[in-house]
Design a protein around this ligand. Structure first.
Ligand SMILES: [Cu+2]
Length: 151
């Protein structure tokens, strides 16, 4: 019986490491990206940042092996036209959950290669206080509005 409990604990902790990654009081969950058309220069990635601490933090840099560089963008509608604005950083107030999503704040990746449905890639997120957090982003459908990978 002891062995069975130990095995269950191992399985649960392995699953948790896929679902969310943390550094200090910052937890990053549900990282995903949209599949990109062949030869598309850019791709978007999304994730959820939770700040369980009492201090604010900021996401100041993101990088990935699939991207030449990654910018922080916010999509805003002005006079009926959706426009992208570059953000210097993404603020994460204490106790807040900041959700990056289509038509909102997103990671804009200058792609080195095509992102294919069903694959996964690593994203490294650097926070001003929490430091580096590595997450696995799952690639969903091209026009997906949410993480459809089921993970
Ligand atoms: Cu963008």
């Amino acid at each position: 019986m002891k062995y069975l409990i130990a095995a269950i604990v191992v399985v649960i902790s392995a699953w948790a490491s896929v679902a969310a990654e943390a550094s200090g009081s910052i937890v990053v969950e549900r990282a995903w990206a949209r599949a990109s058309p062949k030869d598309a220069p850019n791709g978007a990635a999304y994730l959820t940042i939770v700040n369980n601490g009492t201090d604010s933090d900021r996401l100041i840099k993101a990088s990935s092996t699939v991207a030449e560089n990654i910018q922080f963008h916010e999509e805003r509608t002005e006079n009926g036209i959706a426009k992208m604005h570059q953000l210097e950083a993404i603020e994460v107030p204490p106790g807040a959950t900041v959700r990056l999503k289509p038509s909102g704040v997103h990671l804009m990746m200058q792609l080195k290669r095509q992102l294919k449905l069903g694959e996964a890639f690593l994203l490294t997120l650097n926070f001003e206080k929490a430091g580096a957090v590595e997450v696995t982003a799952n690639v969903g459908r091209a026009g997906a509005m949410d993480d459809t990978s089921g993970k």
